[in-house]
Design a protein. Structure first.
Length: 206
């Protein structure tokens, strides 16, 4: 989609000059309590107005997910808060990579202060994202610590390059938030579902 077409993409929720909106991206395959945990911690700690869940048409670093509409429905059923807005805006923008999505959102909604959110498990692989340094240069990044990756804030390339701040600042800025650590992940849930399906099949065998 051409950059000029971004102007015609409708916002997924309220947008106004000075609003602070967190962006939580991913396949959401499926959405789970860990996504809620990251969102709730960021909303409270940062005083965000909203968090947008950017449900991706497809993650270049993962296999083919369930159908987008299915993932959107599941995410909306889980979100349960008017301050968490589930959106397919990446599909409507025609972007595939986070760097392009962030650039398009900032161009489309220039008065909004966007903040990128992610769990510390994603911080570990953030340096594998296409043009990750360009993402860090565009907006502050906030990481919520999660089990199994609590040391990522010290060892990840993003942290080594830019350091960890206590407060949000002008990008590049990395802030790590702590709190009750929720263990749930989409990968674990998918593996659990596959295991349950395989067991059900075995139980049907004579």
């Amino acid at each position: 989609m051409r950059g000029s077409a971004h102007h015609w993409v409708a916002p997924p929720g309220p947008v106004a000059e000075g609003l602070r909106i967190g962006l939580l991206g991913g396949s959401f395959d499926p959405a789970h309590a860990g996504h809620l945990h990251v969102s709730d911690v960021a909303l409270k700690a940062l005083g965000l107005d909203y968090v947008w869940w950017l449900v991706s048409p497809g993650n270049p670093l993962k296999g083919a997910p369930d159908a987008l509409e299915t993932r959107l429905i599941r995410a909306r059923n889980l979100a349960g808060s008017p301050r968490i807005i589930v959106t397919d805006i990446e599909r409507r923008l025609g972007t595939r990579y986070t760097a392009d999505t962030v650039a398009a959102l900032q161009k489309r909604f220039p008065g909004v202060a966007f903040i990128w959110l992610m769990g510390s498990d994603n911080l570990v692989q953030f340096s594998r994202w296409r043009r990750w340094q360009a993402i860090a240069a565009r907006l502050p990044i906030v990481v919520v610590r999660r089990p199994g990756s609590v040391l990522a804030s010290l060892s990840a390339p993003l942290a080594r390059r830019y350091g960890v701040s206590r407060r949000l600042g002008s990008p590049p800025s990395l802030v790590v938030l702590d709190g009750r650590r929720h263990p749930e992940s989409s990968t674990a849930l998918r593996e659990q579902a596959l295991g349950a399906a395989a067991e059900a099949v075995l139980n049907l065998l004579p």
